[in-house]
Design a binder for this molecule. Structure first.
Ligand code: C5P
Length: 218
């Protein structure tokens, strides 16, 4: 009897991370940000000068990385990389290395390891379709590309990082296209998943919708 999983998939900057972590907090569940794992491999491979095209080498690297999540901090080989993995360039590199089956395979066990009582909220691209196909609740959380670019823009400006809206929209569309068209674990609405369109919703409204759907399942 494995602990229950709520799987939340969706495109980049859809707000799934914010919604998923708040739902986890409300329920007292664990939280998995699977995108962070791909970002860690991207950063690690950059440090090791491995080309994003080199699937076999990237797979070996991904298996060797020592990853830990502690009190909101993300450590890679005991170095704090919490902020370093959040840049746009690491995001793009993550989507490039994520196409390789060797990389995806290397991260399966780590992801399953997060499924601990009393339960897990996991967000990513293939949580419902590949990693946790038996999730009690599957959600495809999305918003228009324009709404997502605008959210990302506001986040960056609030952090004091300069950004151009049209560049963000362009990067986001490039990443969406790559994530949706790849052969292994493409971004898609999984069988049995509920679609949650958040362009017009506040964070609180999105969180409440997920909690209501979950209550109706258990
Ligand atoms: O969600 P986030 O933007 O942090 O993810 C970075 C990249 O990692 C995505 O663009 C996607 O290519 C990849 N990813 C993935 N499968 C997941 C989570 C993320 O392929 N489950």
């Amino acid at each position: 009897n494995l602990p229950p999983v709520i799987a939340i998939d969706g495109p980049t900057a859809s707000g799934k991370g914010t919604v998923a972590s708040l739902v986890a907090k409300k329920l007292g569940f664990h939280y998995l940000d699977s995108g962070a794992l791909y970002r860690l491999v991207a950063l690690g491979s950059q440090k090791a000068s491995i080309e994003p095209q080199n699937g076999p080498e990237l797979g070996i690297l991904a298996k060797k990385l020592v990853i830990s999540f502690k009190n909101g901090q993300i450590l890679l080989n005991s170095e704090d990389v919490t902020d370093a993995i959040r840049t746009e360039s690491i995001g793009l590199r993550a989507s490039a290395i994520a196409v390789h089956p060797e990389v995806r395979q290397a991260l399966v066990g780590v992801q399953h390891g997060f499924r601990v009582a009393p339960g897990l909220v996991a967000d990513g691209r293939d949580m419902a379709s590949v990693i946790f196909p038996d999730a009690v609740l599957k959600i495809f959380l999305t918003a228009t590309a324009e709404a997502r670019a605008e959210r990302r823009y506001k986040q960056l400006i609030a952090k004091g990082i300069s950004a151009k809206l049209e560049h963000l929209l362009h990067d986001l569309q490039e990443r969406d296209a790559r994530d949706s068209s790849r052969g292994t674990a493409p971004l898609l609405v999984a069988d049995g998943a509920e679609v949650l369109e958040t362009s017009e919703l506040s964070i609180d409204q999105a969180v409440k919708t997920v909690l209501d759907w979950y209550q109706s399942k258990v």
